[in-house]
Design a binder for this molecule. Structure first.
Ligand SMILES: Cc1ncc(COP(=O)(O)O)c(C=O)c1O
Length: 309
């Protein structure tokens, strides 16, 4: 599993720690960064989501899911893409790592600005902190690259994965750059790396490779984004590959209901007005067309209800 993942992901020299979920992957990456640097503060970004375990949820920008026991003053949550604020925080000298999603998912599909990740890496190096890329939603081919950060010329210290890794079977992991030397017993797990999870993980990697799913994600994703732009200029389209956000000017509850009940198309959501599309990586152009035809009709129908008179 580790060898195959290293080869397909383009990170052949990274080490691998296996666990059972996304939150657990981030929790372990956070611990690892803290152990390795001896520091305890972490920088994360607004609209970000990193999971619901204690350290991960403290770095997640949603006060509703932070229970009193998870509250900490070790979290510094900054505006996304704000390098100046990041440098200011890092310059305090007590930040173990910066954690950032390859593409912000739950928060509404926000792609990092050009150059942001490269500059982040430089800043973390300057201030002896680590860079953690949370690829739990944006990874495993979702963005049209194996990891979304690979659109930038950057090598993260730690990369966290889960979701697509077992195609539904629970498995998560942390890729760890080769210079980080964990000591025996630093991290541990009972079920992480169990045989069934690894069999699922290997099967997923085999299918990704055999069916060229990363390329398919890019091809069909580009097609969807182009065609969506042709349908209307009345919404904003964001994303890469098969991770697409359509930000409408009105609440999309009825639009999603109509897509589901009239056309059998299940879509995702972020907030009140962002449609979040994350179709299977093997979606065909024909299936994309089926969605586009339905979306065009439903969007016209619903948006006419919200036209100001
Ligand atoms: C970017 C990101 N990080 C972490 C998580 C948490 O993963 P899990 O639900 O497997 O704990 C999620 C889940 O949605 C996610 O999107």
């Amino acid at each position: 599993m580790a060898e195959k993942l290293g080869e397909i992901s383009g990170c052949p020299d990274y080490q691998l720690f296996l666990c059972n979920s996304g939150a657990e992957a981030n929790e372990n990456a956070i611990k690892l960064a803290s152990f390795v640097t001896g520091k305890k503060k972490f920088v994360s970004y607004k609209r970000g989501f990193h999971g619901r375990t204690s350290a991960a949820v403290a770095l997640t920008d949603n006060p509703k899911i932070i229970a009193p026991v998870n509250e900490t003053d070790n979290a510094i949550i900054l505006p996304f893409n704000d390098l100046e604020a990041t440098e200011k925080a890092l310059s305090m000298g007590n930040v173990a790592a910066v954690i950032v999603e390859g593409i912000q998912g739950i928060g509404g599909i926000y792609v990092p600005e050009e150059g942001f990740l490269v500059e982040l890496k430089k800043l973390t190096q300057k201030y002896e902190a680590l860079l953690i890329l949370d690829e739990i939603q944006s990874g495993y081919g979702r963005s049209g690259r194996f990891f979304a950060y690979q659109y930038s010329d950057v090598q993260p210290d730690l990369i966290t994965m889960a979701k697509g890794m077992g195609n539904g079977f629970p498995i998560g992991g942390v890729l760890i750059q080769p210079e980080i030397k964990p000591w025996f017993g630093m991290l541990g797990t009972t079920f992480g790396g169990n045989h069934l999870a690894c069999a699922a993980g290997i099967a997923v990697l085999d299918v990704i490779q055999q069916e060229n799913l990363v390329e398919n994600s890019q091809k069909v994703g580009n097609y969807l984004m182009e065609k969506l732009a042709d349908i209307s200029s009345d919404y904003e389209i964001r994303g890469k590959g098969l991770m697409i956000g359509i930000e409408c000017k009105f609440p999309i509850k009825e639009l999603r209901q109509k897509l589901l009940f009239d056309y059998g198309i299940f879509s995702g959501v972020s907030g009140l007005n962002i449609v979040r599309l994350l179709p299977p990586l093997n979606i065909t152009i024909q299936e994309a067309d089926q969605f586009l035809q339905a979306f065009e009709i439903v969007f016209a129908d619903i948006s006419s209800l919200f036209v100001e008179h």
